[in-house]
Design a protein around this ligand. Structure first.
Ligand code: PLP
Length: 443
C-alpha cells in the first residue's frame, strides 16, 4: 500500500499539475466521504470539484456505467448508439418546458462553451460575444478570451497567448454585495444589466452572436443574479438579435435547487451549457439547444470521444435518479437548512460578511471589517486548511478568476441528508471558531 507521501512524491516527479496543488490524497470515496491512502476519512462538502452531484459511487450510476462497459467501452461519434440517444432524450425532457430538444455533446465545460459559441454564430450570423468581468467559461483559447479579465495574475497568464485570444466585449458583472457601480439594489434599477446593451451598441465591432452569462457566477465570487437581471438581459438580446446563452456547467443539475439554475429567474434562455456533473462523474458536457438554434456545419466542431457511451450511460441514470427522487427539491430544502446554520454562525463570527445561497450552491464571503468590507483572504485560506484538519473538505474562490479569494464554497451532494448537512455545520463551526481566534480584530 503506497503512503500519502509516496503518492505526493511520485506526483511531483511526473505530473504537470496546473490546476491547483492541494496536499490531499484521495484513494477511495463513497457517498460524501473521501478516504486518503492511509485510511483518514473526510466529509466532502464540495462533491469533488462539484462533479459528483449524487455523491461518490452512487450504486445506480456505477451499475449503469458497468452495464455499458460490458457492451462497448467506446463507440465512434459518427455512428448511433443507445446510451447517447437516451441521454439526449432525458436531457431534452428535463429541459425548461421540454423545449430544448437538441443536444450537442462534448467532453468538458470549456469545449461545450465553444460548441455554444459555434451554434450562436451559425444561428445569428454574428461573430462577437458579450461576457462579464468575473465570468469563467474555461481554459481553451476561445474560452480564456470569454473569461476573467481584470487581475494582474491573469494578464501574466495571458502573456504570449494574445495572438490566439479573440476580443470579446466585457461588461461589469452583477455583485450586489460589492456593486461595481457602487449602487444599491433595487434602487439601481439594474444598471449593470443595461450595460449589456451599451456593449452591444458601442463596444462591439461586428454583430453580437450571443450574451453568455452564468445564472450564479460561480468561480467569480459565488454571486447569484439579482431578481430581474435576466429579464432585462433577455429583452436586450431580443432587441439586438443575440442569443441568450447560460453557462450552467456549475449551477445546473439540481445544484441550485432546480434542475437548471436559470429556472429560478423565470427566463428562458436560448442555449444551456452543461458539464462537470453531467456524466455522473465521468467526462461529459453538452449544449442544450432549441430546434431553431441547432444548426452546425459538418466537421466544424467535434472530438473523438464526445458523447462517450460510458459517460452517457452514467449521466442518463443520474438524471433518472434526480427526477425520481426530486433531488432539486432536496437541494432546496437542504440548502435552506445549511443556510439557517450559517446564519447562526454569522451571529457569532464577524468574519462572515455575506452569505449567498441558491439550493446547495453556497458562498460565505469573509471580511475583516463588515463596514469597509475589506476582504479576509488570508483567513479564507486558513479556513480551508483548518476545515481539512477538522475532517471537512470545502472550497474557496481564487485570484485567477478575477476574485480576491475570500469566498468559501459549499457545494455538497444534492442528495445530502439532514444528518450530513448537520455534520458539515458542526465541522464548519469548529473551523470558523479556530479561524476567528486568529483574527480577533474582525468586526
Ligand atoms: C461556469 C463554468 N464554465 C465552464 C467551465 C470549464 O469547465 P472545464 O474545466 O470542464 O473545461 C467551468 C469550470 O470551472 C465553469 O465553472
Amino acid at each position: 500500500m503506497p503512503t500519502n507521501r509516496a503518492i505526493h512524491e511520485l506526483t511531483d516527479e511526473h505530473v504537470i499539475k496546473c490546476m491547483g496543488d492541494e496536499e490531499i490524497v484521495i484513494d477511495e470515496a463513497q457517498g460524501m466521504w473521501i478516504r486518503d491512502a492511509e485510511g483518514r476519512e473526510t466529509l466532502d462538502a464540495i462533491s469533488g470539484e462539484w462533479v459528483v452531484n449524487l455523491g461518490y459511487r452512487h450504486p445506480r450510476v456505477i451499475a449503469a456505467a458497468k452495464r455499458q462497459m460490458d457492451k462497448a467501452e467506446y463507440v465512434t461519434p459518427v455512428v448511433d448508439y443507445e446510451s447517447r440517444a437516451v441521454m439526449a432524450q432525458r436531457l431534452a425532457d428535463a429541459s425548461p418546458g421540454g423545449r430544448f430538444t437538441k443536444v450537442l455533446f462534448a467532453l468538458a465545460g470549456g469545449d461545450a462553451v465553444e460548441g455554444a459559441m459555434h451554434l450562436a454564430m451559425r444561428a445569428t450570423g454574428g461573430t462577437e460575444f458579450v461576457t462579464f468581468y468575473k465570468a469563467f467559461h474555461g481554459r481553451t483559447f476561445a474560452t480564456i478570451a470569454m473569461s476573467y479579465s481584470d487581475t494582474r495574475m491573469i494578464e501574466e497568464s495571458k502573456a504570449g497567448l494574445e495572438r490566439y485570444l479573440t476580443k470579446q466585449n466585457r461588461v461589469p458583472n452583477f455583485y450586489c454585495y460589492r456593486c461595481p457601480f457602487r449602487l444599491e439594489y433595487p434602487s439601481c434599477d439594474l444598471f449593470c444589466a443595461d450595460f449589456v446593451e451599451t456593449a452591444i451598441v458601442h463596444q462591439a465591432d461586428g454583430k453580437v452572436a450571443g450574451v453568455m452569462a452564468e445564472p450564479w457566477q460561480a468561480n467569480g465570487s459565488m454571486v447569484p443574479a439579482p431578481d430581474g437581471w435576466f429579464q432585462r438581459v433577455r429583452e436586450i438580446c431580443d432587441r439586438h438579435g443575440a442569443l441568450l446563452i447560460v453557462d450552467e456547467v456549475q449551477s445546473g443539475l439540481c445544484r441550485c435547487g432546480r434542475m437548471f439554475a436559470v429556472e429560478r429567474t423565470g427566463v428562458e434562455p436560448d442555449l444551456i451549457i452543461l458539464g462537470k456533473a453531467l456524466g455522473g462523474g465521468f467526462p461529459l458536457s453538452a449544449v442544450l439547444a432549441k430546434e431553431e438554434y441547432a444548426g452546425l456545419l459538418l466537421w466544424e466542431f467535434g472530438f473523438t470521444q464526445m458523447g462517450h457511451p460510458v459517460s452517457c450511460a452514467a449521466g442518463a441514470e443520474m438524471l433518472a435518479v434526480m427526477i425520481e427522487e426530486d433531488l432539486a427539491g432536496n437541494a432546496e430544502r437542504m440548502g435552506a437548512r445549511l443556510m439557517d446554520g450559517l446564519r447562526e454562525m454569522a451571529g457569532k463570527y464577524p468574519l462572515i460578511g455575506d452569505l449567498r445561497g441558491w439550493g446547495l450552491m453556497i458562498g460565505i464571503e469573509l471580511v475583516v471589517d463588515r463596514t469597509t468590507k475589506e476582504e479576509a483572504w488570508e483567513a479564507a485560506t486558513y479556513a480551508m486548511q483548518r476545515a481539512y484538519a477538522n475532517g471537512l473538505l470545502i472550497g474557496k474562490t481564487g485570484p485567477v478568476y478575477g476574485d480576491n479569494g475570500n469566498v468559501l464554497k459549499l457545494k455538497p451532494a444534492v442528495n445530502a441528508t439532514a444528518a450530513e448537512i448537520d455534520e458539515i455545520l458542526v465541522r464548519l463551526d469548529r473551523t470558523l471558531a479556530e479561524v476567528s481566534l486568529r483574527w480577533p480584530g474582525a468586526r
